[in-house]
Design a protein around this ligand. Structure first.
Ligand code: MLT
Length: 292
């Protein structure tokens, strides 16, 4: 991508730290990045990697049951959590490790989670919505670079937060994403960054040096640890471990943008962040695939 082609300084970036008071019409026609590090975004990325056909996020358990009832399909799977635990009668909970090929390949997943699914339902009028967490951060930057006329876009990062409040892990991820975007596109000026975006940068500066520890010690991390999900926290802290971006269009995630290891290498060369392990040099070209 030729950095000089666009005046990237015009890109506007706003962060919402919780979706709860966000009117869905505010996201209309925007490019939205939805973040729920613990755990919905991480889990959705794992599920798409494992070959889920589509994922339909819904806000309530009742809606999930209604949709599955209407679909009458054996290839539909009810998934989700309340209080971090699998909902009674649902096949899968919200641990990324449950979303194996065996469990989800070719299936439509109806997913309801406490915060992450709510954020995604708010993005139904967005022009495009990328599902992001630490596991696919660089892939998200690359996906954003492919948005037509990104120079004139207003990027809106929606953190899922925790029960209507701020969450450290999502804010840290938002700040890291903005830092990567600045490195990728040469966003030197902060003119178009909202106060919230600047706050996310400060959170990342404070908490971004040890992502695993930040996640583990966050409110939600402590809840998950108490429930025995420490491995999920470890998985969610693995930066760029799944180079794939699920894309929500209206009410369903049916598409994924896949980037190869070569992307990871390129991103790291452009942006030699300390927190990324040096991957082996893999000569293959960037591979992008759309599944509709
Ligand atoms: C959520 O959407 O609130 C989370 O993904 C909860 C969880 O960790 O299961």
């Amino acid at each position: 991508m030729d950095r000089c082609r666009f005046n990237y300084i015009d890109v506007e970036i706003t962060v919402y730290f919780s979706p709860n008071h966000l009117d869905e019409l505010e996201l209309r026609d925007k490019i939205v990045i939805a973040i729920d590090v613990l755990r919905a975004s991480t889990t959705i990325t794992y599920a798409m990697r494992a070959g889920a056909r589509e994922i339909i996020p819904v806000a309530t358990v009742e809606q999930a049951m209604k949709i599955v009832g209407n679909l009458h399909s054996t290839s539909t799977v009810l998934c989700g959590e309340r209080g971090g635990k699998r909902i009674e009668g649902f096949k899968l909970g919200n641990s990324p490790f449950e979303y194996t090929e065996e469990a989800v390949q070719g299936k439509a997943l109806i997913l309801t989670t406490t915060n992450g699914a709510v954020a995604l339902t708010k993005a139904k009028y967005a022009r495009q919505c990328f599902v992001t967490s630490f596991v696919n951060l660089s892939a998200t930057v690359e996906a954003l670079s492919q948005v037509t006329d990104v120079a004139n876009e207003h990027l809106v990062i929606v953190c899922s937060g925790l029960e209507e409040a701020f969450s450290l892990e999502d804010a840290t991820c938002a700040g890291m994403l903005i830092t990567r975007l600045q490195a990728r596109f040469g966003l030197r000026a902060l003119d178009k960054l909202s106060d919230s975006a600047r706050a996310a940068l400060s959170v990342y500066a404070q908490y971004g040096s040890d992502i695993y520890r930040t996640l583990l010690e966050s409110d939600h991390g402590r809840n998950l640890s108490a429930l025995g999900f420490e491995e999920d926290i470890r998985a969610a802290s693995q930066i760029d471990s799944v180079p794939l971006v699920p894309v929500l269009e209206q009410t369903a995630i049916k598409k994924k943008l896949i980037f190869s290891e070569a992307l990871r290498l390129q991103m790291e060369e452009r942006n030699p962040a300390r927190e990324v392990r040096k991957p082996e040099r893999i000569p293959s070209a960037i591979r992008k695939e759309k599944v509709v």
